[in-house]
Write a protein that binds this ligand. Structure first.
Ligand SMILES: NC(=O)c1ccc[n+]([C@@H]2O[C@H](COP(=O)([O-])OP(=O)(O)OC[C@H]3O[C@@H](n4cnc5c(N)ncnc54)[C@H](O)[C@@H]3O)[C@@H](O)[C@H]2O)c1
Ligand SMILES: [Zn+2]
Ligand SMILES: [Zn+2]
Length: 370
């Protein structure tokens, strides 16, 4: 069939919205008509080259839609099912999946190439070339074919234009605070960078019982939004936050610091660790450029204060369990998804949406398909 998708052909260029050829689903695969896709900062890393995935690639990894057709041997999905995609597939069989860390599923190894998991070929083609899929999904498209390992079935009555955000940003941010940081009731938590991920780290910290949540972002609009999601204080930079956190905690500093900036910066780590308390933990959720290996960090301070630095992927949880859980919290009014969507766009305006993200105008821009 023919469908429309946003393709990145070269680093440093715009997304090209064009007609593509889509093959039917093969063994273990599913054809999904997309309803909506969030515009996460991670796709921007493809454009800048910070994430060196193979090109050309269809962007987008934060999507929801309706199953249109299932390939052979897909027993648990049928046409009409509403689904959210997980941006890391979960096979349910590898050691990570079997030990409750399906965010680290071994199938994640296929992300860099972006080809179908089953046979490493493409179902998506344009201009006589095979196309890769961001996170094996390619949600910047009206239709896509993905492996069943990437699919999570959700209740039919949930709004897909909000549910899509749980496929990456919400689960990543919330889990960074709840699972990776292990925020405890009464903790002081700092969140650095208030975008689609950071707002949800704020929400996760709030739901985990944090006493104080300090949101840091240079953009005033972001700081205002953070307060709506549960932050108790804000600062414009890590440096500005230092005296504030010092005063609020009587010098003990923050139990948890969660880094969710647009582009990770190794030079900011020393400042972030200065905000961290004895035995406190800094969580690195933001994506750093692949080639960056230098960080600024006092390792003496790390030892003497027993501080921890941990990485976190997809909120360090189990998307197949956590995505329905978070949608349940949304249904009960305890998690705000509606407030995350600042502006919606048709697929044709994907480049405008990313410009708005760069300009700090959006918590999340969402592409809507019809
Ligand atoms: N680890 C994971 O599993 C995972 C998943 C999704 C996204 N990410 C990454 O998380 C990061 C955030 O993504 P997003 O979609 O929320 O991005 P975003 O662009 O929506 O938000 C980033 C925010 O960081 C702020 N910022 C930039 N520099 C800052 C600084 N020096 N101090 C404080 N704030 C600063 C920006 O003003 C912006 O509000 C990206 O690097 C993204 O790739 C990681
Ligand atoms: Zn993402
Ligand atoms: Zn697995």
């Amino acid at each position: 069939m023919k469908t429309k998708a946003a393709v990145l052909w070269e680093v440093g260029t715009e997304w090209s919205v064009e007609e593509i050829e889509l093959d039917p689903p093969k063994d273990g695969e599913v054809l999904v008509r997309m309803a909506a896709s969030g515009m996460c900062h991670s796709d921007e890393h493809l454009v800048t080259g910070d994430l060196p995935f193979e090109l050309p690639i269809i962007g987008g990894h934060e999507g929801a839609g309706i199953v249109e057709e299932v390939g052979p041997n897909v027993s648990w999905l049928k046409p009409g099912d509403h689904v959210v995609f997980g941006f890391i597939p979960a096979c349910g069989k590898c050691p990570s999946c079997a030990t409750g860390h399906s965010n680290l599923c071994d199938l994640g190894a296929y992300l860099g190439l972006g080809r179908q998991i089953a046979d490493q070929t493409s179902r998506h083609h344009a201009r006589g070339k095979d196309l890769g899929l961001m996170c094996l999904l390619g949600t910047f498209a009206h239709h896509t074919v993905v492996n069943e390992a990437s699919v999570i079935k959700i209740d039919d009555d949930l709004p897909l234009d909000k549910a899509c955000l749980v496929g990456c940003g919400v689960t990543t941010g919330w889990g960074s605070a709840v699972y990776a940081a292990e925020t405890q009731p009464g903790d002081t938590v700092v969140v650095v960078g208030i975008g689609g991920i950071g707002c949800n780290a704020v929400q996760g910290a709030r739901l985990a019982g944090a006493k104080r949540i300090i949101a840091i972002d240079p953009v005033e609009f972001k700081r205002e939004k953070a307060m709506e999601f549960g932050a108790t204080h804000t600062a414009a930079s890590v440096e500005d936050a230092f005296p504030l956190v010092q005063e609020l905690t009587w010098g003990q500093m923050a139990n948890k610091v969660i880094l969710t900036m647009g582009v990770g910066d190794g030079q900011i780590l020393a400042g972030a660790m200065a905000l961290t308390a004895k035995r406190g933990r800094a969580v690195v959720t933001n994506i750093h450029p692949a080639l960056e290996i230098d960080v600024k960090l006092s390792l003496l301070d790390l030892t003497l204060m027993e501080k921890q630095v941990v990485g976190s992927l997809f909120g360090s949880g189990n998307p197949r369990a956590d995505i329905p859980k978070l949608l349940g919290l949304y249904r009960e009014g305890q998690l705000d998804l509606d407030g995350l969507v600042t502006k919606t766009y048709p697929l044709e305006d994907v480049n405008e949406g990313y410009q708005d993200m760069r300009d700090g105008k959006n918590i999340r821009g969402v592409l809507l398909y019809d």
